[in-house]
Design a binder for this molecule. Structure first.
Ligand SMILES: NC(=O)c1ccc[n+]([C@@H]2O[C@H](COP(=O)([O-])OP(=O)(O)OC[C@H]3O[C@@H](n4cnc5c(N)ncnc54)[C@H](O)[C@@H]3O)[C@@H](O)[C@H]2O)c1
Ligand SMILES: O=c1ccn([C@@H]2O[C@H](COP(=O)(O)OP(=O)(O)O[C@H]3O[C@H](CO)[C@H](O)[C@H](O)[C@H]3O)[C@@H](O)[C@H]2O)c(=O)[nH]1
Length: 331
């Protein structure tokens, strides 16, 4: 019994692989290393370099490793890039997911966990955001994920496959034991950028807009620690194995912090007063995104243990320091 983790050389997938291994499961990682790093694959996991959209390869990996479940993290993740290169995003996130799902169904895989995003909701009129809100993505990235969710829903009706799509809010932090963290070659996420500014990897950073309708004028997001998120995946798999129905679930804590509060926390924890410029609003940023987070707690019994901005920032900073000297571009 082995779990196939696509994208397990990347940020969230490597943490999920660690959580699975910590729980005593066998893991095989399939990653094409387009963004991830071979060294980020946890030591106890088998590794296959290749594409999750390669149907024959996936069938072979499933057979050779006796895979019984799939966690699908592989994908392209940068929202503004998806606006510039939409067809590449639909290819990597939707077309390749279709091939993976086909290989899963044809191989008799019955349990599938999918990395979705709060981006499927677009700009909701009210917050917190519940799972049954209308899906109105405003980027090709969000649409590519929504399409994969729909494919899985239809496949689950037609075939002996059940799935959980986890809609992540803002993922941040790093493994508390320092075994993995955010290593993406092209950093865009706020806590990663601020950690790079605090550790001298970048000279300064900017706040994208201070004129939103929020208490301090900057955007509010629901930051979830990557280790709590990884554990949610393990619980989602156990839920399916116990016979749970296919479902979609938000992954967030149900509270938010503003961009300014996050930057203040990074400055406070690091003790570094790095330069912060004020820049124009970034296109497509909703003012506030907070998860309605009851469903995942009720259905999976998920109990987060790192719901603490200081801890999230501390772990992100520790990871950023540990990256110095490794082969990772800061761009
Ligand atoms: N980071 C976030 O805040 C966030 C938020 C919502 C959803 N997600 C989703 O979570 C998943 C993981 O994101 P991440 O932050 O760990 O990104 P990441 O870039 O660190 O990891 C993605 C991994 O997938 C690999 N990959 C990409 N395309 C592949 C393919 N076709 N075949 C095999 N491997 C491939 C990359 O090499 C990389 O190792 C993605 O699907 C992303 O859309 C992330
Ligand atoms: O250098 C920076 C980077 C970010 N921000 C701001 O910080 C906030 C958070 O931005 P991120 O880029 O960290 O995250 P997003 O909210 O844009 O998007 C992330 O969270 C979404 C859900 O909330 C989706 O899950 C999406 O896939 C994921 O990338 C935004 O207001 C952004 O404008 C800055 O001010 N300066």
């Amino acid at each position: 019994m082995t779990v196939l983790v696509t994208g397990g050389a990347g940020y969230i997938g490597s943490h999920a692989a660690l959580a699975l291994l910590d729980g005593g499961r066998n893991v095989v990682v399939l990653d094409n290393l387009s963004q991830g790093h071979r060294w980020a694959v946890p030591a106890g996991a088998a590794f296959v370099e290749g594409d999750c959209g390669d149907y024959d390869l996936v069938r072979r990996v499933i057979a050779e490793h006796e895979v019984t479940a799939i966690m699908h993290f592989a994908g392209s993740i940068i929202v503004p890039d998806s606006v510039i290169y939409p067809l590449e995003y639909y290819y990597n996130n939707t077309v390749n997911s279709r091939a993976l799902a086909q290989a899963a169904v044809d191989s008799g895989i019955r349990h599938f966990i999918f990395s979705s995003t709060a981006g499927v909701y677009g700009e909701p009129e009210t917050t917190p955001i519940l799972e049954d809100f209308a899906l109105k993505p405003i980027s090709p990235y969000g649409t590519s994920k929504m399409m994969t969710e729909k494919m899985l829903a239809d496949a689950a009706i037609a075939h002996d496959l059940r799935y959980v799509a986890l809609r992540y809010f803002n993922v941040a932090g790093a493994d508390p034991a320092g075994r993995s963290g955010q290593t993406s070659r092209k950093a865009t996420h706020l806590i990663k950028i601020a950690s790079q500014a605090a550790t001298g990897v970048r000279p300064k950073m900017a706040i994208y807009g201070e004129d939103y309708e929020t208490p301090d004028g900057t955007c509010i997001r629901d930051y979830i620690h990557v280790t709590d998120l990884a554990n949610a995946h393990v619980l989602a798999l156990e839920y399916l194995e116990k016979g749970g129905e296919s479902d979609v679930m938000n992954c967030g804590y149900g509270r938010g912090f503003s961009v300014r509060e996050v930057i203040d926390a990074v400055k406070q924890v690091s003790g570094v007063d790095f330069t912060v410029d004020l820049a124009e609003r970034r296109a497509g940023d909703p003012a506030a995104l907070i998860a309605g987070a009851d469903r995942i707690r009720q259905k999976l019994g998920w109990k987060p243990v790192h719901d603490d901005l200081t801890a999230i920032v501390r772990h992100a900073l520790d990871w950023e320091e540990s990256l110095k000297g490794r082969e990772v571009s800061a761009a």
